[in-house]
Design a protein around this ligand. Structure first.
Ligand code: DGJ
Length: 567
């Protein structure tokens, strides 16, 4: 008997050890990091187009291109219709070929489970689902008309999706559990209903007229005082009821088509979110039973032109519904935004809520996001970022190639400084030309460069006009900093005036080799510290200043510098 219990203990310990060595999220007080093969990992990603991994020949040359773009992770779909073309028969050929392609280039993968819903619609489900609306019912609009989208109330659909995903994760665990090429999974894609804020099928109507499920009520009660403000305010407005129908507990929704930020149809939205979250949470839980790596959902955003649930997919992971996702789908680790709005900052701030770390699975590609990426990583301790349609452009034409070239060098430094208050993201553009913040005893101002010194001095030819600058500033020691970026200037004002004057002690441009700083150039004079014939001119006030000079290659630089005092 003793021997048996020892064996059991040994097996349980081995299982626990194996689980903790799978890719997982590690949460501390101020940050959440993704751990891969035992070490923190920063995703420098790119998401492929929707159909790219449906054929191995198309992908053949792409893997190498991804490496040349300096990505470390490719985000790629797995399609239910191709994984389980016949019910119960699974074909893992495409998954295996993705693994082989990625591994050859030393890349990781985040997989996208395109299953019951992709951008709201149900077009990636196998034919045997598509052609059987009796068994796999569709959601209905207010007039009882079937929508293309599968209903979250279809029990057979929910089970079939969960079974297929579990088979996929089981396969991945078997073929990749050791190597850990696949590091996270996204469940479904931008879910939610169009045209209607909720499903009006018979089952949905019944659930809507019933009491709010006890488990959700319990969650609200036990998290009272810590709920997201939007949810708390409607619950409060209705007297913090501890039971009742959805409308009794959360009130009758308001509808305001003028102000896009109003949460119109909120009660319907919460109801719809709850049922998507339950369904997707079950899929994720089934997958985690086989292989417990981090799993998340992504959102089509509420935005000024599509401000109402149903105009944007109703039931998706909008930030104000975070608590409902947590209550109904504890197997999901994160809810994340797909960013196609002109400016990423508002969205990131909306999603970076207590315990919800930022990962950006999709952001519009191009010049702007190539700079925004620095701000997202530096300011919000993000797990990673990923421009969409990464297989569209050549490495030399895609601005993300240069961003990732710089970030590859500093990613370990960034990871070391996450959550300790020593790092800031910088983003300035022609609308918001400067940004101010306090760091390490300094009041710091970042400003978009308006031209090079040479241009200001009137002898440059063909200088580029700078439209945006992104960067990261890290405090690495007393008065010592590392900054990454280009096209911006930083001024440092001591917060406490000790009567001494301040200036730059040294300003070096360099790189990291095997984690160690290597100086390439000492920058001084015209190149950025304010001396020289056409330097900073007649300085007024007590500040030190460094400036990224335009480089002929337009690469981002990494600089290390220190402030000192004189008297
Ligand atoms: C958002 C979706 O999630 C992606 O799959 C893709 O369709 C993009 N939109 C761009 O079209």
């Amino acid at each position: 008997m003793k021997k048996l219990s020892f064996l059991f203990f040994l097996l349980a310990s081995c299982y626990a050890l194996a689980q903790s060595s799978f890719p997982h999220l590690e949460k501390s007080d101020h940050t959440t990091q993704l751990i891969v093969t035992g070490k923190p990992f920063l995703i420098l990603g790119g998401e492929l187009h929707n159909s790219s991994t449906s054929g191995t020949a198309y992908m053949h040359p792409i893997w190498e291109q991804m490496k040349k773009k300096n990505l470390n992770t490719v985000i790629a779909p797995v399609y239910w219709e191709l994984l389980e073309p016949e019910e119960g028969q699974f074909d893992f050929t495409l998954v295996d070929s993705m693994l082989a392609g990625a591994r050859k280039q030393n890349l990781h993968l985040v997989i996208l489970w395109f299953a019951s819903w992709k951008n709201g619609y149900s077009m990636y489900v196998p034919s045997w689902i598509k052609n059987n609306s009796d068994k796999y019912p569709r959601a209905k609009d207010e007039n009882g008309k079937s929508l293309q989208q599968l209903s979250t109330f279809g029990e057979a659909t929910a089970n079939a999706d969960a079974r297929a995903f579990k088979a996929l994760m089981n396969h991945i665990q078997e073929v990749d559990g050791k190597q850990q090429t696949i590091i996270m999974a996204q469940i479904e894609n931008e879910v939610g209903l169009f045209y209607t804020p909720r499903d009006y099928s018979e089952a949905a109507n019944k659930a809507h007229n019933n009491s709010v499920p006890a488990a959700l009520m319990q969650y609200l009660i036990s998290h009272k005082g810590k709920l997201q403000p939007e949810l708390d305010s409607v619950w409060k407005a209705n007297g913090y009821k501890t039971s009742g129908t959805w409308e009794e507990v959360f009130g009758k929704s308001i509808v305001d088509k003028k102000n896009w930020e109003t949460l119109s149809y909120l009660t319907e939205e919460l109801f719809t979110v709850y049922h998507y979250a339950k369904y997707i949470g079950n899929v994720a839980a089934a997958g985690k039973e086989a292989y417990p790596i981090p799993m998340y959902v992504n959102a089509w955003l509420k935005q000024p032109l599509t401000p109402i649930p149903g105009k944007y997919p109703a039931g998706g992971p909008t930030p104000h519904t975070l608590d409902i996702w947590r209550a109904a789908a504890p197997s999901l680790d994160l809810i994340e935004p797909d960013i196609y709005v002109p400016d990423a900052t508002y969205t990131i701030e909306q999603y970076h809520r207590e315990g919800n770390a930022i990962f950006v699975p999709e952001i519009r590609p191009g010049i702007r996001s190539a700079d925004e990426v620095f701000w997202i990583l530096g300011q919000h301790d993000a797990i990673g970022v990923s421009p969409f349609g990464i297989d569209d452009s050549k490495p030399e034409d895609d601005p993300i190639t240069k961003t990732y070239a710089a970030l590859t060098q500093v990613k370990d430094l960034i990871l070391q400084h996450q959550g300790d208050g020593t790092m800031k993201g910088i983003l300035v553009d022609t609308i918001k030309r400067s940004q101010e913040f306090d760091l390490a005893g300094y009041h710091i101002k970042a400003q978009l460069n308006s031209g090079s010194f040479a241009e200001l001095a009137g002898f440059s030819v063909g200088e580029k006009k700078v439209g945006i600058a992104g960067g990261i500033l890290i405090n690495t020691g007393k008065d010592e900093f590392i900054a990454i970026g280009k096209d911006y200037t930083l001024t440092f004002n001591p917060i406490q005036d000790d009567g001494k004057s301040i200036d730059v002690e040294y300003f070096d441009e360099g790189t990291f080799a095997n984690g160690k700083w290597v100086t390439m150039r000492r920058l001084n004079g015209d190149e950025g510290t304010g001396g020289g014939d056409y330097g900073f001119g007649f300085k007024q006030g007590n500040y030190g200043m460094i400036r990224f000079q335009p480089s002929p290659t337009d690469n981002y630089s990494i600089v290390r510098f220190k402030m000192y005092r004189y008297w």
